[in-house]
Ligand binder design. Sequence first.
Ligand code: HEC
Ligand code: HEC
Length: 290
Amino acid sequence: MRELKIFGVVVAFTLITYWGVEPLAHSVFHPHVAPADYTYSDVDGLNGKKGDATNGAELVQSNCIACHAIESQGFAQMMDNATLSASYGVVPPDLGTAGKLYDENYLAAFIKNPAKASKIEHVFDDTKAHPMPGYDWMDDQQIADMVAYLQSIAPTEMTNKEVFTDACLRCHGIKYADFYGGSMNAKTTKSDLKSYMGKLPPDLSQYIVSRGPSYIHTFVNDPQKHLEGTAMPRVGLTQAAEEQIVTYMGEVGQSKKTERESLGVKVLAYLVIFAIFAWLWKAKIWRDLH
Ligand code: HEC
Ligand code: HEC
């Protein structure tokens, strides 16, 4: 009877701990956030303007290639990554794929006001300017022209790795990917990146495991929803580009998954065979004893 009471008390405490504390802990560690918004409805974007790519080409060439390379159009980067890191805090991305990676309204809004569009105005103030100047002195038509040009030169297909490289690698390394050849260290020099962002962006090799795909989607779409006040800019990717990045993080972070699963089957087979032999052996010993 006494054992039964003790058992009852233990069960009660376990249930209270489980139902009382676990959902609370869950809501603290994984607060409910609104789903990702791939229309970027909050931004001051194209405002319905249709762009002219020919005019956009001239504008981009006279305003952007001082900092950004566009390799596919023959505009090579004039400085190496170390010099770029030291000059801007972070290596400016090649713009050859921007028209495919970013939502067009987000892209327009970013060109007008980078800190505002990427929701990091709290990081850049009067004492510390964003390294990319805003082009809100241009009219909406000129902005739309540049977006049209960037879209016209963007490739139609990109590998998952290319999408990750152009959207994230200037700040984040993903070093487990080195296994497949080539270095996937962050492009920006660590010390410069740290002073630019206030802290070093983490290596993303294992984030698919620790955070899971849905967290990564909502986080990239709007980091402030998860980590209020964080210096990581919102990266205004299209839904398709973001899918590719999450897939890539899975390919790198869980590359051993199939190997692990096939090993599990082998271990189980071994245990079954071993159990049969152990049983046969036991049966033999008992037979001899009787
Ligand atoms: C003075 C240098 C400079 C100039 C000029 C400049 N940029 Fe940038 N740009 C940067 C830097 C630095 C970054 C990276 C900022 C970051 O990741 O925090 C950047 C980032 C970007 C991005 C990435 C946006 C994102 O959300 O990741 C795009 C797109 C872009 N620039 C387009 C342009 C266009 C178009 C022009 C010309 C109208 C331009 N830039 C002019 C320095 C510059
Ligand atoms: C301009 C630099 C920059 C770019 C570009 C950038 N990040 Fe980040 N990221 C950061 C910084 C800084 C942090 C650290 C944030 C913190 O802890 O406040 C971070 C943190 C993260 C985290 C960890 C979040 C957590 O819960 O701790 C993930 C995941 C992440 N970034 C994914 C991405 C992906 C995917 C991309 C490309 C689509 C990307 N980031 C592009 C700067 C950047």
